[in-house]
Design a protein around this ligand. Structure first.
Ligand code: PMP
Ligand code: GLN
Length: 382
């Protein structure tokens, strides 16, 4: 009999809630993905490259022209030069980049610190490498880092700390001061960082993203991960990248070449074309998504949900204490889906152990105006 290496893992909440939305015909604000398409020029470029025969393996490290476009975007966004050849690797999704970075860093018996609530792929990646996750809760209500608790959680076995900003599910942002504190905390210790920045361009109210890419000291021990899926509205393309200093990149590539070898070729050609022709796409994203966030929040203002507008990502948390305090959030998400026709994600599933009295669900607002209006109407009637 096969003994599971991941005995505690089932089907993810994202798959379950999207499935329930499909079965019940509910509006799906659960799993994070847009219900609109990526830019037409980008989609046309894929079709063109497929038809023109760019359908064989790309280089293991990623298409050079796409790596150069990523380097140019990093320079424009953060004012730093990262080398396209030795520091940037294209991966089939941010998830694969995270997995490979973890395999490069973690040995049996090592510890990785995750800040709860955290994205679901981190812990299984650590466990498959023989490591163990130490969970440190973010401080409520703002999901800020509790520096004392983080500091207390560091042990001689700690090899890795995960960061995620803008943060899924809360939308919270790390500041430059947070990065300085972390750098100070791990200075002189054998600890690396995986900085999950897949929502780097989804940031609102005039705030700026504090990227580890622009923090020289932290960057020297970091893998910084991003996703074209989020930035170009094409989550199903599962194409991302990871940026790390040359020595770390070399180790990551040893693993990436055997996990997947390379990303999908025509998608990489199309992304490189589109990024070269439309550098403004990235600059327009904050206003584009902020308008959706504000529309959704304005429409929910008269509802019984309470919330603070998300500073980043395309997720809005909402507290339902005034509606069904008797239901835990998993039951609430199901009830909303079945009885009120709007699917959401419970927040407790992002925790090892969530606060008992937490009554939060997550809505994805990466949706057409019409979808947001219909969903808000249903939610306002709850
Ligand atoms: N990290 C976070 C925080 C995410 O929300 C996602 C999106 N599912 C990913 C990583 C994975 O991105 P990708 O789809 O490119 O693998
Ligand atoms: N990142 C997406 C979310 O948080 C889900 C991606 C997935 O289904 N694995 O909703």
């Amino acid at each position: 009999m096969l003994v599971s290496k991941l005995p505690n893992v089932g089907t993810t909440i994202f798959t379950r809630m999207s499935q329930l939305a499909l079965e019940t015909g509910a509006i799906n604000l659960s799993q994070g993905f847009p219900d609109f398409d990526g830019p037409q020029a980008l989609r046309e470029a894929v079709a063109r490259h497929v038809m023109e025969g760019r359908n064989q393996y790309s280089p293991m490290t990623g298409l050079p022209s796409l790596r150069q476009q990523v380097a140019a975007k990093i320079a424009r966004s953060y004012g730093v030069q990262r080398d396209a050849d030795s520091e940037i690797t294209i991966t089939p999704g941010a998830t694969e980049a995270i997995f490979c970075a973890v395999q490069a860093l973690i040995r049996p018996g090592d510890e990785a610190i995750v800040l709860d609530p955290c994205y679901d792929s981190y812990e299984p990646s650590v466990e498959l490498a023989g490591g163990r996750c130490v969970h440190v809760p973010l401080a409520l209500p703002d999901f800020a880092v509790d520096w004392q608790r983080l500091s207390d959680a560091i042990s001689p076995r700690t090899r890795l700390i995960f960061l995620n900003s803008p943060h899924n599910p809360s939308g919270a942002l790390l500041t430059r001061a947070d990065l300085d504190k972390l750098a100070e905390l791990i200075r002189g210790r054998d600890i690396h960082v995986i900085s999950d920045e897949v929502y780097e361009h989804l940031i609102y109210d005039g705030q700026r993203h504090a990227s580890v890419l622009a923090h020289e000291e932290l960057y020297q021990r970091a893998f910084v991960v991003s996703s074209f899926g989020k930035t170009y509205h094409v989550t199903g393309w599962k194409t991302g990248y990871v940026v790390a200093p040359p020595a770390l990149t070399a180790e990551l590539r040893k693993i990436h070449q055997y996990v997947n070898f390379c990303g999908v070729t025509p998608l990489q050609f199309a992304l490189a074309d589109f990024m070269a022709a439309h550098p403004e796409h990235v600059e327009e994203l904050p206003a584009f998504y902020q308008a959706k966030r504000d529309l959704f929040c304005d429409l929910l203002a008269g509802s019984r949900f309470t919330f603070t507008r998300a500073p980043g990502t395309y997720f809005q948390l909402a507290d339902y204490s005034a509606i069904r305090p008797d239901l835990d959030d998993v039951a609430m998400a199901e009830w909303l889906t079945r009885e009120h026709g709007v699917a959401a994600i419970p927040v407790s599933v992002f925790y090892q152990s969530a606060p008992e009295d937490m009554r939060l669900v997550r809505f994805c607002f990466a949706k057409r105006e019409e979808t947001l209006r219909q969903a808000a109407e249903k939610l306002s009637a709850v």
